[in-house]
Design a protein around this ligand. Structure first.
Ligand SMILES: NC(=O)c1ccc[n+]([C@@H]2O[C@H](COP(=O)([O-])OP(=O)(O)OC[C@H]3O[C@@H](n4cnc5c(N)ncnc54)[C@H](OP(=O)(O)O)[C@@H]3O)[C@@H](O)[C@H]2O)c1
Length: 290
């Protein structure tokens, strides 16, 4: 008889994310084990509890979800979780990493962009792309052939993000660092850009309306910030393909519907095999179904 599906949620925060728990239930998981305040040195024993109970052929019905509000802390849990598996004996379970929604949000934004624009060799600017969502969106856009500019208020921070992404991608990605600390630097960064993804912290406006309207090449903007003031002035958080001044606009809630679909589909996909580690590229593969 097919075993029940069990999702084991590892979260470094004081309370395991309610958001992630609701999505797990909506993704038809039979049993959800939620662990909060998880420290890296506790992960091995939690994973061993998952892999040493069911036989290899049933392990596809057990999976891990790594979430949490601090992406760096959650990344440390992911490293430990992968290291604790015993793949040589088939003793492993699939893992989905989506701390702070970074992978599902980036995948949704890039999928929407790819369905709207031909991205090959086109210039895309990720405003404040140094955060977890922006870096993942930059990586996915570069993989699709776009020429990606990743901005930060300091060139050191954007260069550091580009170097770290280059190491992860393993080839020579079409990624460049740029500093945007004032309006004149913003205007330079926008030259020839067709797609802007605004990935800055909540409540920070990064693209003033006047500058946006003066961008001759701009075809599409995606703002991931849902907290006023919005990242892209003069758009709406609800925008979902709304044309403003000849530019296709998406706001954070406009992206959110696809993000939720991807999140649920990724959880369902966990239970098809026991050998998956789903980070940004793997979550983007799921996004291709929408
Ligand atoms: N729709 C959804 O479901 C969903 C899910 C997850 C996230 N989000 C949203 O997506 C956006 C990106 O998320 P994230 O977690 O990657 O963002 P984050 O790490 O909080 O911030 C991204 C970047 O914003 C810049 N920044 C921070 N404070 C700033 C300030 N006061 N002024 C100007 N720039 C500032 C920083 O870049 P520099 O220091 O390099 O300039 C930072 O690296 C956020 O708005 C978040 O709320 C939406």
């Amino acid at each position: 008889m097919e075993k029940k599906t069990i999702l084991i949620q590892l979260d470094p925060d004081a309370h395991a994310s309610v958001f992630d728990r609701v999505v797990a239930i909506d993704s038809k998981v039979n049993e959800l084990f939620s662990y909060a305040n998880v420290q890296p040195d506790q992960v091995r024993d939690l994973v061993h509890g998952a892999i040493f109970t069911r036989g290899p052929k049933d392990l596809k019905n057990t999976a891990l979800f790594i979430g949490g509000g601090n992406v760096e802390k959650s990344e440390a849990l992911l490293v430990k979780a992968v290291a604790a598996m015993v793949p040589e004996f088939g003793l492993r379970v699939s893992v989905l990493f989506d701390a702070n929604g970074c992978n599902t949000t980036a995948a949704a934004a890039v999928r929407i962009a790819a369905k709207t624009l031909d991205l090959k060799d086109k210039k895309a600017l990720i405003l404040a792309g140094t955060g977890p969502v922006g870096q993942r969106a930059a990586m996915l856009l570069a993989k699709l052939g776009a020429k990606v500019l990743l901005s930060s208020r300091t060139i050191e921070k954007s260069k550091s993000a580009v170097v770290s992404l280059g190491k992860k991608m393993g080839d020579s990605p079409a990624l460049s660092a740029i500093q945007v600390a004032n309006d004149s630097e913003l205007k330079i960064a926008l030259e020839g850009v067709e797609l802007v993804v605004s990935a800055g912290a909540a409540g920070v406006c990064l693209l003033p309306e006047k500058i946006r309207k003066a961008c001759g090449n701009l075809k599409m903007v995606i703002d991931l910030n849902a907290v006023p003031p919005l990242g892209i002035e003069g758009t709406s958080v609800m925008d979902k393909g709304v044309i403003r001044d000849g530019v296709v606009c998406y706001g954070a809630i406009g992206v959110g519907d696809l993000k939720m679909k991807i999140h649920r589909a990724a959880i369902e996909a966990l239970f098809t095999r026991n050998d998956q580690v789903m980070d940004a590229p793997e979550v983007y593969e799921i996004a291709l179904n929408f």
